[in-house]
Design a protein around this ligand. Structure first.
Ligand SMILES: *Cc1c(COP(=O)(O)O)cnc(C)c1O
Length: 471
């Protein structure tokens, strides 16, 4: 493959002059003279314009599960583009790839989840959930069931409805969100909100908060509960044992739909095809995106139960929702081939019985570091909590979220791409990551912690009591 030469200084200048990147401070973008430019990638490594090789501990943005450089995904896209680059699914038409992909997904999901609605992003999938669930209850003759229950610090996307479903208070500030009809309850974040408590008892208390809210509002008004099996962007929050069973039981007790946002967890991240299989629950609706195409093209999917489809089919009306690119043939063809790669290379098994346990053992070594309050993982997603005082969840003062970004920046400078969520470092590497690369990840994080420890201790800051609320 020919490698293009880029004029990086010019690109960074033009980035400031004309480009507004996502979820960014435009002041900072300007002050640092433009974004870091990533020019190519292979396997689990990305390369920036200055020639630095950076191990990608985030799989792009929780999505490049099969790793970079998969020529067959490019070939399948090329073939589909030449045969039929686009046709819509609006007017009683469809194309072969989305039908094939829906069939494939129905097989992987199993049970009652046999119908798939396509969109192009996780946010759009959750917007689909929003309108579909309310339409479902209207048809069922329970139009008063309009309220969604979600959790604080949940991430469901960035559109008006999906950011409202999400529980990021810092996102709600912009655009006057949430929109009416979304209630946010406790998250099962033991390290932040239940420290010192028995974890299972804490999980039960978090689930109970859902039931309490249902009763406070009136069960007959609640449409659905939505949650990520493991919260990703909120800081890799792994719920205590028993939590999901209790949540499912509460939903069933009051006839409320259970919606799982599997945008990160789906397709093997937790060592099972889906998070709901890992936790042993049966959702009515599942949102999928990211790993569906390993990020090679934008596509998302909303799976719904047979009972919901039967209700929608009990009326003549159209479901007047959908996007120009719903079921885009090229994106669907690439997603289908991506799933074939995951199956052929047995990557779900690899996460469950090889790299997942290896990752957990490597993180356990980090847990001994004086700055680490907890190192947790499930499958191939994990987090390291940075604390000021070992054995507590107290944070380095000044403000919460001070130490995290410092450690993140030291990791990137050391050759590892990770994200900071408040005072934790989160990781979500590609499924093809090797043992040597996992060892390298942990060594870079340990070195970054050492470096930041010195800086922070020299500042002699007051300590903050732990708090788990989203930024
Ligand atoms: C990323 C994410 C979304 C939003 O997906 P986009 O493709 O960015 O719109 C929704 N839910 C979860 C759990 C996510 O991680």
């Amino acid at each position: 493959m020919t490698r293009r030469n880029h004029d990086i200084a010019e690109l960074r200048r033009l980035d400031v002059a004309h480009h507004l990147p996502a979820q960014s401070s435009y002041k900072l973008q300007r002050d640092i003279g433009g974004s870091r430019i990533i020019v190519r990638a292979e396997g689990s490594t990305i390369y920036d314009g200055d020639g630095n090789a950076i191990l990608d501990g985030m799989a792009g943005l929780w999505c490049v599960d099969v790793g970079y450089g998969r020529a067959e995904l490019a070939e399948v896209a090329r073939e589909q583009m030449l045969e039929l680059p686009f046709y819509n699914t609006f007017f009683r038409t469809a194309t072969p790839p989305p039908i094939a992909l829906a069939t494939k997904l129905a097989g992987l999901l199993g049970g009652e989840l046999q119908h798939i609605f396509f969109n192009s992003s996780g946010s759009e999938s959750n917007d689909t959930v929003f309108r579909l669930v309310r339409t479902y209850w209207d048809i069922k003759g329970e139009p008063q069931r309009k309220t969604f229950i979600s959790r604080r610090n949940a991430y469901h996307g960035s559109t008006v409805a999906s950011a409202s479903l999400g529980g990021m208070s810092y996102m709600h500030v912009q655009g006057d969100l949430p929109i009416p009809g979304v209630e946010h309850v406790m998250q099962p974040y033991w390290f932040g909100d239940g420290f010192g408590e028995d974890p299972v008892a804490f999980g039960a208390r978090a689930a109970q908060d859902i039931e309490d809210r249902i009763l406070a509002i009136g069960p007959e008004k609640i449409a659905a509960f939505i949650g990520e099996p493991v919260q990703g962007a909120g800081g890799v929050i792994i719920p205590p044992d028993g939590y999901w069973q209790q949540v499912e039981a509460i939903c069933r007790k009051y006839g409320i739909l259970l919606v799982l946002d599997e945008v990160i967890c789906g397709f093997g991240r937790l060592g099972e095809w889906f998070g709901f299989q890992k936790f042993g629950v049966t959702p009515d609706i599942v949102s999928m995106a990211k790993g569906l195409s390993s990020g090679y093209l934008p596509i998302s999917a909303t799976a719904v139960s047979r009972a919901i489809v039967e209700t929608l089919r009990s009326v003549d009306d159209d479901f007047v929702h959908g996007y120009t690119y719903s079921g885009h043939p090229v994106a669907a063809a690439v997603a289908l081939r991506n799933l074939e790669i995951i199956e052929r290379e047995q990557l779900v098994d690899r996460v469950r019985s090889d790299v997942g346990p290896y990752f957990a053992a490597a993180l356990a070594r980090l847990a001994a570091h004086p700055l680490v309050g907890e190192a947790r993982s499930l499958g191939l997603i994990g987090a390291v909590e940075i604390v000021a005082e070992k054995g507590t969840n107290r944070r380095f003062g000044g403000r919460e979220g001070m130490a995290g970004p410092m450690v993140r920046d030291a990791c990137i400078a050391g050759g590892l791409m990770v994200r900071a969520v408040r005072d934790s470092i989160v990781m979500c590497p590609p499924f093809i990551i090797t043992h040597e690369e996992i060892d390298r990840m942990v060594a870079i994080i340990a070195a970054a912690l050492d470096q930041v420890a010195e800086t922070l201790r020299a500042l002699d800051l007051p300590l903050l009591e732990g708090a788990g609320e989203g930024l």
